[in-house]
Design a protein around this ligand. Structure first.
Ligand SMILES: Nc1ncnc2c1ncn2[C@@H]1O[C@H](COP(=O)(O)OP(=O)(O)OP(=O)(O)O)[C@@H](O)[C@H]1O
Ligand SMILES: [Mg+2]
Length: 384
């Protein structure tokens, strides 16, 4: 839990305070996203929480303890920090970067080795392949992952993440966001997350804090930021395409069809003929014995008779799948990109959970607008 009371930061030579009388509370296990134009005070706010910058006045509490009354080093051990621009040390390997704080705390060597390996796995990097690499040998997305691993090293209760996914392309960014949301479900840290990107804020935040020139303008749920902006500034910041942005709020779980019929990859192709005889479907999703997606077979391919050559001659790879954390925006983007009307949803190990289809999304979006108190057809920006 983080609580700020009338926090002010005045830098020398600056006319207005960089942060002006900021009061807010961030609940335990919540992600609060700070968003606002460049220079509005996001980084300054974060750095006051772990006392890299001392507030000019006001109080900040982390887990009920006043940060000013704590030893800064001790305080920072309990607060993971992912720095704007990643901030990996270029002369240190991935292993050494992640091991910095455990080493400072005099952890035993074997404990450090175990923890670094575990963290690399958590953030989706192969420890064998990556531990001894230097940051310059990593892609932007991989560097971001190492940054997150380093911040988690000593299992802090709280994380400060300053534009953690800022320096990567949109596809990698969406992947990192999904991975992080999945991770957060397990680790349930209290997180202050800074971004420039309102779409990212809507997707990641339990709450969103919109700042302007050092002031907290609105601190609210993503739904209220979108549909009940408290000022023209927030309305402009959200932009005119609310109907599209709301897609980031809606998770595929709500439209996921779980009870789908699949065909188990089997030596006897008769099961496939039976499937198409008993179902009107044009395609069958093929899974292996452990329910992992193997591909799909179309009715036409089967009728053409190539099935006599066995499964491998008729199974086609599924062009794309969705992870469980995906939003309707992710689903629609993939449907457009791959010209699909349905996308399979898989767990981390590629086992099939269900399917999301376009009709279901369409119906659900209509219902969601009503829930948010908007008339879908009458929505002035009418983007859908
Ligand atoms: N050390 C400093 N000395 C003087 N002024 C500073 C200092 N650090 C930040 N500022 C000023 O304080 C204001 C807030 O800066 P801050 O870095 O918190 O903004 P930000 O919202 O994180 O911006 P960005 O989105 O560009 O990262 C800016 O006007 C900046 O110029
Ligand atoms: Mg900043």
């Amino acid at each position: 839990m983080i609580k700020m009371e009338n926090v002010v930061k005045k830098y020398k030579g600056m006319e207005r305070p960089a942060v002006n009388s900021l009061s807010m509370e961030i609940g335990e296990g919540e992600i609060c996203v700070f968003v606002g134009p460049s220079g509005c005070g996001k980084t300054t706010t974060l750095k006051m929480i772990n006392r890299i910058i001392e507030p000019t006045s006001g109080e900040i509490y982390v887990n009920g303890i006043n940060v000013i009354k704590q030893d800064p080093d001790k305080l920072r051990q309990n607060i993971g920090y992912v720095i704007q621009q990643i901030g990996l040390f270029p002369h240190m390997t991935v292993f050494e970067n992640i091991a910095i704080v455990p080493k400072l705390l005099d952890w035993k060597e074997e404990e450090i080795t175990k923890r670094v390996k575990e963290l690399l796995e958590v953030v989706g990097l192969d420890p064998e392949e990556n531990s001894s690499k230097y940051p310059k040998a990593l892609s932007g997305g991989q560097r971001q992952r190492v940054g997150v691993a380093r911040a988690l090293a000593v299992n802090p209760s709280t994380m400060l993440m300053d534009e953690p996914f800022g320096a990567v392309d949109p596809v990698t960014r969406s992947q990192l966001q999904n991975e992080f949301l999945r991770l957060q479900k397990k680790i349930k840290k209290t997180i202050c997350f800074v971004t420039h990107d309102i779409d990212e804020a809507i997707k990641m935040g339990d709450k969103i804090a919109i700042m302007d020139q050092g002031n907290l303008v609105q601190y609210d749920t993503p739904e209220n930021i979108l549909f009940n902006p408290n000022s023209e500034f927030v309305e402009d910041f959200v932009g005119s395409d609310r109907s599209l942005k709301v897609l980031n709020l809606l998770h595929i779980e709500t439209v996921l069809k779980r009870d789908i019929k699949t065909v188990k990859m089997n030596n006897d192709i008769i099961v496939l003929h039976n499937f198409f005889e008993n179902n009107k479907k044009k395609r069958a999703i093929i899974v292996d014995d452990s329910n992992k997606v193997a591909g799909y077979v179309s009715r036409n391919d089967l009728i053409k008779g190539s099935s006599s050559k066995g499964w491998n001659s008729i199974i086609k790879p599924i062009p794309t799948t969705l992870p469980m954390q995906a939003t309707l925006r992710d689903a629609l983007a993939l449907m457009l990109q791959y010209d699909l009307v349905a996308v399979p949803v898989v767990e981390d190990d590629n086992s099939l959970v269900g399917v999301v289809d376009l009709n279901e999304i369409r119906t659900h979006i209509g219902e969601a607008y009503q829930e948010f108190g908007q008339d879908e057809e009458g929505c002035s920006d009418g983007a859908i």
